[in-house]
Design a protein around this ligand. Structure first.
Ligand SMILES: [Ca+2]
Ligand SMILES: [Ca+2]
Length: 383
């Protein structure tokens, strides 16, 4: 639907009104969206100079984001089972169309794009849609890349991404809250494979459930979030930001949590000092998911050395935490600060939004997916 074009604040108001109208139409059928998203956005706090707007309304259960070189935004989902293509046809930084690429999939959280093909990760398989962008309205049949991953739905949904080495990285969460699964080294790991699905190998072990990772553009090394185990209390153990400097490292699970907390059951088997500790404690139960190095130039200098992390928020803590976007500032590969960036999705004990993934757009804006509100936000900076 074309929207009225205007300038400055008028454009913002028009955009929010148009988005609000779209959501009002959706509200009858979708629990998560509902009217008044414009009013909700006014509750989001950002550092001075930053602004949040709707990029796309009506993207139910929006999870991982992947952008093609031609600007098509692909969006995975978890419970919804669909994969979407979000298109900004007139390049005004607001989506014009949300197209369903696939439906009825098994928690298709993960999306990645390479050589004209969309890769989709379900629980036990990765598939590929070749030449997808010329066929958004009539997608080709999916080609199976690899369908031999474990089928456990517990922590079975996946974030996927191509590394600078050309491999597709595919995590396998622990199929439990805490367990030792020596029968299959892929459990609680991040694997990688060739783009054709061959050569699967474990890259990092002892990773309970990573749903977000990226590579430092400065040196190509992998950084990833990991979700801490539950049922040890409100404040233990912390969720983690980790830095893998090489293949074959072990990050502690299930023996040691957060670098310092031996597991009550498995901690007797191996000591914390055998493992790579997290580089930043993110807090217990915050549920860090998508993370990206900021590679744009729109944001001012201090933000150009930061990692942006989406916190989905706690589900089993007596007082809720998370539900925000945070940053971790680096000096080289050393963490020097950890700060809130976008907050207000949680009001008291009531959340209206849950950030899942972040994505740096070519213009330097930051997109944020929200699987509760079923929308995608765009955060910009103006000096
Ligand atoms: Ca547009
Ligand atoms: Ca760890």
């Amino acid at each position: 639907m074309p929207r009225t074009r205007a300038q400055g604040k008028t454009a913002l108001i028009a955009g929010l009104l148009a988005a609000s109208a779209g959501l009002a139409c959706l509200a009858a059928g979708a629990r998560a969206s509902g009217p008044g998203i414009a009013a909700q956005l006014a509750k989001v706090s950002l550092p001075p100079g930053f602004k949040i707007e709707l990029y796309a309304a009506d993207v139910p259960n929006a999870r991982q984001l992947a952008l093609s070189p031609d600007g098509t935004l692909f969006v995975g989902t978890r419970e919804d089972g669909r994969v979407f293509a979000v298109v900004d046809r007139n390049h005004d930084h607001k989506a014009d169309e949300v197209i369903t690429i696939a439906r009825g999939l098994n928690m298709p959280n993960g999306v990645a794009f390479r050589d004209g093909a969309l890769y989709v990760a379900e629980v036990n398989r990765v598939t590929r849609y070749d030449g997808i962008e010329s066929r958004l309205a009539n997608p080709p049949k999916a080609v199976v890349v690899n369908d031999r991953y474990p089928s456990d739905r517990s922590h079975g949904w996946k974030f996927i991404a191509f590394g600078p080495d050309g491999h597709l990285y595919v995590p396998v969460g622990a199929p439990c809250n805490v367990c030792e699964r020596l029968d299959d080294p892929r459990y609680a790991s991040i694997t990688r494979m060739n783009p054709d699905g061959s050569g699967v190998e474990v890259y990092a072990s002892g990773v309970r459930n990573s749903v977000g990772f990226d590579w430092n553009p400065a040196d190509g090394q992998l950084w990833f979030t990991d979700n801490g185990r539950d049922e040890l209390g409100d404040d233990v153990p912390t969720c983690e930001l980790n830095h893998a400097t090489a293949r074959g490292q072990h990050f502690g699970f299930p023996y040691c949590h957060g670098g310092t907390v031996p597991d009550p059951e498995f901690g007797k088997k191996r000591a914390c000092n055998e493992f790579v500790a997290p580089v930043q404690a993110l807090g217990a139960h915050v549920a860090p998911l998508g993370m990206r190095f900021y590679t744009g130039t729109m944001f001012p200098d201090p933000f150009r050395r930061r990692i942006f992390i989406a916190e989905h928020g706690s589900w089993n803590r007596s007082k809720k935490v998370g539900y925000r976007v945070v940053t971790v500032t680096l000096d080289g590969n050393r963490v020097v600060a950890h700060d809130p960036f976008a907050t207000g999705f949680l009001q008291g004990e009531e959340e209206w939004g849950r950030p899942v993934d972040v994505l740096v757009m070519p213009d330097g804006a930051l997109l944020v997916s929200d699987d509760l509100a079923g929308v995608i936000y765009r955060i910009t900076y103006t000096a």
